[in-house]
Design a protein around this ligand. Structure first.
Ligand code: PHE
Length: 367
């Protein structure tokens, strides 16, 4: 506890010196304040009614002063009191101003910094090609379907008019699920080799008319090379109604190719074979790269083979006859296209592997 010294000399000089002494410690203490608790201790030390410096000055100086000196002492004590109060007030203001400054400094935000750049992901080019092609058919009134990737022999082959042991099965390079031998052939599981099994699944669910596209993943026992992958994607199409003809098939696919690749693309249809379509065709488009003149990409033919298609074979309708598919009353067409194929052409990709490697330098070109 600070004690104000007693005065024995009440001359104006001695009084001034005593006051100056107190003011020095007042200034020193106030300059050293850095936080709220130090400020409070400082304030109390000078202002507390009980034993505060001003109270002591009042008691030890003023009250004890001999009569003639009272006036001089009184004036100085009043001036001192004013100085103390002003100093304490300034200290208070300074402390609060500086803590606000510190807060502002801490919260300071430099809005000119570039910030963290998080690149936004985009749809994978395979899914993008798939979406774009599906959208073309959606605009023609087609609905969209899906089916399982693990399929039975029945849906993948039998109901699509591939008889057991028929050589056409060999064209599909099927990956079979192991341990199925105890089951009857039609129940054995395999990885679907095409999206065509969803044709039958759709017709089992829904009587004619049908207009549907079915995008999905398929598997074949193909070694990986520049144009083949054991896992790839297809888009199946199926339209069944009264009076559907090969003309509808050609017109629909020609429109779809023009909508997808651009209106200058031409299509042509070549005889082919699939067990589930009759007649069957391969559709070719004029080469996207040379416009049909002939280049390395189209092997100098001017044409690129893109998909298989045909009129639904009446034998296929037999499997869903009970659901209103009477081949004497209705007809239909179907097609199946490889999504990687159309993506390679549309985005001018050199190798199919690029789609599966996940190399950001490749993928970011689609952002
Ligand atoms: N599913 C056949 C394939 O993968 C393509 C196809 C679909 C052919 C529909 C005709 C009709 O090769």
């Amino acid at each position: 506890m600070y004690t104000v010294p007693k005065l024995d000399d009440y001359s104006p000089d001695a009084l001034d010196r005593a006051v100056a002494e107190l003011l020095r410690s007042l200034e020193d203490e106030s300059a050293a304040l850095h936080d709220e608790s130090a400020y409070k201790a400082f304030r109390d030390r000078w202002l507390a009614r009980k034993n505060g410096v001003l109270t002591q000055v009042n008691d030890t100086w003023l009250k004890a002063a001999p009569g003639p000196a009272k006036r001089d002492v009184g004036q100085r004590v009043n001036a001192l009191k004013a100085r103390v109060e002003a100093t304490i007030e300034r200290a208070h203001e300074k402390l609060h101003a500086s803590s606000a400054d510190a807060k502002f400094a801490e919260e300071r935000l430099d809005i000119t910094l570039p910030g963290l750049h998080r690149p936004i992901g985009v749809r994978h080019p395979i899914l993008r090609a798939m979406d774009e092609m599906v959208a073309v058919f959606k605009a023609m009134g087609y609905s969209i379907g899906e089916g399982p990737e693990v399929e039975t022999d029945y849906y993948n082959f039998e109901s699509l008019n591939f008889p057991p042991n028929h050589p056409a099965r060999d064209t599909q390079d099927t990956l079979f699920i192991a341990g199925q031998d105890a089951k009857p052939l039609r129940e054995r599981l395999l990885l679907r080799t095409h999206t065509s099994p969803v044709q039958i699944r759709t017709m089992e669910q829904q009587p004619p008319p049908v207009r549907i596209v079915i995008p999905g993943k398929v598997h074949r026992n193909d070694p990986l090379d520049a144009t083949h992958s054991p896992v790839f994607h297809q888009i199946e199409g199926l339209a069944v109604d009264t009076n559907i003809t090969f003309c509808d098939l050609k017109g629909t696919l020609d429109h779809a190719m023009k909508a997808f690749f651009g209106s200058s693309v031409k299509t042509r249809f070549y005889p082919s074979f699939f067990p589930f379509t009759e007649p069957s065709a391969d559709m070719q488009v004029s080469c996207i790269f040379c416009g049909g003149k002939g280049c390395r990409k189209c092997k100098f033919s001017g044409w690129i083979e893109l998909l298989g298609c045909g009129m639904v074979d009446p034998n296929v309708f037999e499997f869903v006859k009970e659901n209103g598919y009477d081949s004497s009353k209705i007809s239909g067409f179907a097609f199946g296209m490889g999504v990687e194929r159309i993506a390679i052409l549309k985005y001018e990709v050199e190798e199919i592997q690029l789609f599966y490697e996940g190399d950001v330098r490749f993928l970011e070109q689609f952002a």
